[in-house]
Design a protein around this ligand. Structure first.
Ligand SMILES: [Zn+2]
Length: 327
């Protein structure tokens, strides 16, 4: 495959803290020889693991961007044993506009791995992250949130592979992270997610869902930042004294999604953090377009904990209303 056209301004192998940009050549009407500047930083000191910290994979998920940006400012090389690579706006054009997908090419970075060095900007940055950065990386943290359409209670997503040899370290990191919930996923290394990319390149992935609804929740951001720092200490890449986790994370081995059954206006009957039983009412979908029509009741098909609800009221058939963690 062709080499990747991105030029990294900083030396990823150099010691100390460096900040700069990944330059992705982008020739458009207003700028014939321009580039898209994806912010990047490295903090390296001595021997130890390399950890990739990503946010802004979906550009409308803000908590992670706040956390990764603050770590770039606050962590010093003397805190580190090994190396951090930090990408606060992984799909930069999407993050700049506060959109889930890129306004340039409609690309959803977290469905685009392994990418294509000759493709559109989202495909090129996906290829760079998977084929240039990840082969040098031991652990990947990709900080997601609910974005514009969902609101989560802070949750760590753990991927369990077939015959997973790394579950011990994954579960240890989940305990240190100390988010209220941990949802375990069974997925393999196929597919366009950053977690699948990490596995293909021999790295161990961790994903979060932190808040959302197009806002930044201060309490969630602080909780997740402290959890991430404890996780980095557990992995041996950070030397720091930190307070213990606030939560003993509740672990769920399965999950389920609830969808809108038709067009209308959805009224949630459950909130993130609620425990629900199969058969409980989940939502009403009102149909004001049809006078006299009763709202359609949606029920939960499984028992579990509501991790996320949809935020905007208008729905069409197929919109996701709830994400449930299940036993
Ligand atoms: Zn996301």
């Amino acid at each position: 495959m062709a080499s990747n056209p991105i030029h990294c301004e900083i030396d990823l192998g150099a010691s100390g803290k460096q900040t700069g940009y990944l330059r992705l050549p982008h020739s458009v009407h207003r700028s014939a020889y321009g580039y898209l500047p994806y912010p990047i930083a490295t903090i390296k000191n001595g021997e130890g693991p390399t950890v990739l910290l990503m946010s802004g994979n979906h550009g409308d998920e803000y908590e992670g961007q706040v956390i990764v940006s603050s770590l770039i400012r606050e962590l010093q090389a003397s805190d580190i044993s090994g190396r951090l690579i930090l990408l606060p706006m992984a799909n930069f054009p999407a993050a700049r506009e506060g959109m889930r997908t890129s306004p340039i090419d409609e690309g959803n970075l977290n469905r685009t791995f392994p990418g294509n060095p000759k493709g559109n900007p989202t495909q090129v940055i996906a290829h760079y992250i998977e084929s240039v950065l990840m082969p040098e990386v031991d652990y990947v943290f990709d900080l997601h949130s609910g974005g514009s359409s969902l609101l989560y209670v802070p949750t760590l997503l753990l991927l369990r592979q077939t015959d997973d040899q790394n579950m011990e370290i994954k579960e240890a990191v989940a305990r240190e992270f100390g988010l209220p919930y941990t949802a375990i996923y069974g997925r393999d290394d196929e597919g366009g997610f950053s977690s699948a990319a990490a596995i293909r390149q021999g790295a161990i992935p961790f994903t979060t869902e932190l808040g959302g609804a197009g806002t930044v929740n201060r309490a969630y951001t602080q909780l997740a930042k402290n959890g991430l720092l404890r996780a980095l200490v557990r992995l041996g890449v950070l030397q720091k004294e930190l307070p213990p986790p606030d939560y003993e994370s509740r672990v769920f081995p399965n999950d389920d999604l609830v969808f809108a059954p038709e067009v209308g206006m959805y009224e949630p009957l459950a909130e993130p953090g609620d425990a629900v039983n199969a058969g409980d009412p989940a939502a009403l979908v009102h149909v004001p377009e049809t006078p006299g029509k009763e709202p359609v009741e949606v029920t939960f098909e499984k028992s579990g904990m509501v991790l996320a609800k949809r935020v905007p009221a208008r729905v069409v058939r197929g919109d996701c209303l709830f994400h449930l963690a299940c036993d």
